[in-house]
Design a protein around this ligand. Structure first.
Ligand code: ADE
Ligand code: ZN
Length: 326
């Protein structure tokens, strides 16, 4: 059995992917046509050629612009369904997905439209292929805390269907501390909370996420390696990191997968998980990320199994369901 076959066979959860980052080029072109949205690219090839990014901001510019092809509930349904089916093919049994409503409501698409499409696809995927999923709403960190609260209030009619809240977007210059009151509110009301930190930003942002925001998982967290005391805290608490290796490569967070800190983080005793982030933009779904790391970092089968187990243990599903997934 090849390492790729072994990885494909492992049941796993995916905990860090953005629904808007999973629109494959054919669907992107189809949605642009269907909704008569003007785009800069005439063909799929031209679109794919634009997927070269200097850094996170260069990616975010294209990503937010790309969101314009999502207009109707059916569009949000189609992209969510396509992701969940594709993830199921990678033996993902459970997915906790990110969605950034502000990127849609700010251009006049109602939150109801967005959520109705996404929830319908989640229900269908569970019924059709058995994959369970949850939805985490992500506030954009370049916006104000007041806007995050606004998103929160708008989402309350669907509170029973929302797994939690997160923080994403342009990291440097927008520290977690900016959202301390927002996260306290989310936690007080019983939502799970996570935040992107230590992707381009420093270890101090990871520390703030854990200590000020009280996050249950850190999204990315690469920079943790720069702070030995922080590493010990993360290991002690078993705070999961949702690491995204191919994303880090595409956004020049690492110079190569060989130089990726994933194994060092595992060796420091952290609960590391592997995820795809924005699979259609970064050239790989979750298994591709596992395979790239196994090859480049020489991970043993035992280590690969540990990563897959971690993904289930770091998920927000109840323990009984975790046991089913393992
Ligand atoms: N939104 C989508 N992908 C992201 C990433 N890699 N970092 C921060 N925000 C994001
Ligand atoms: Zn992300």
């Amino acid at each position: 059995m090849t390492p790729a076959e072994f990885i494909a066979g492992l049941p796993k959860a995916e905990l860090h992917m953005h629904i808007e980052g999973s629109i494959e080029a054919p669907l992107f072109m189809q949605l642009a046509r269907r909704n008569e949205v003007a785009i800069r690219w005439a063909t799929e090839q031209e679109l794919l050629a634009a997927y070269r990014f200097r850094d996170l901001q260069a990616f975010l510019d294209l990503y937010y612009d790309g969101c314009r092809v999502l207009v109707h509930a059916r569009d949000f349904h189609d992209v969510t369904r396509a992701y969940l089916r594709r993830a199921h093919a990678d033996n993902v049994r459970h997915a906790e997905m990110f969605l950034g409503p502000q990127g849609h409501t700010s251009r006049g698409v109602a939150l109801r439209t967005v959520l109705e499409g996404v929830f319908a696809a989640m229900d269908e995927a569970r019924a059709e292929v058995g994959i369970s999923s949850g939805l985490i709403l992500v506030a954009q960190r370049h916006r104000s805390e007041a806007e995050a609260f606004e998103l929160y209030e708008q989402a309350m009619p669907w509170r029973d269907r929302i797994l939690g809240f997160g923080l994403g977007g342009a990291e440097v210059g927008n520290p977690p501390s900016k959202f301390e009151r927002f996260f306290r509110r989310c936690r007080d009301d019983g939502f799970h909370v996570v935040a992107h930190a230590g992707e381009e930003g420093p270890a101090a942002y990871v520390r703030e996420s854990v200590e000020l925001l009280g996050v249950e998982r850190v999204d990315h967290g690469n920079a943790s390696l720069q702070d030995a005391a922080l590493l010990r805290t993360l290991a002690q608490r078993q705070t999961p990191l949702t690491v995204c290796p191919l994303s880090n490569l595409k956004l020049n967070v690492v110079s190569s997968i060989e130089a990726h800190p994933l194994k060092q983080l595992m060796d420091a005793g952290l609960r590391v998980t592997v995820n795809s982030d924005d699979p259609s933009y970064f050239g790989g779904y979750v298994n591709d990320n596992y395979v790239a790391c196994q090859r480049a970092l020489g991970l043993t089968r035992h280590e690969v199994v540990q990563l897959a187990r971690n993904s289930v243990l770091a998920s927000f599903v109840p323990e009984a369901r975790q046991r089913e997934l393992l």
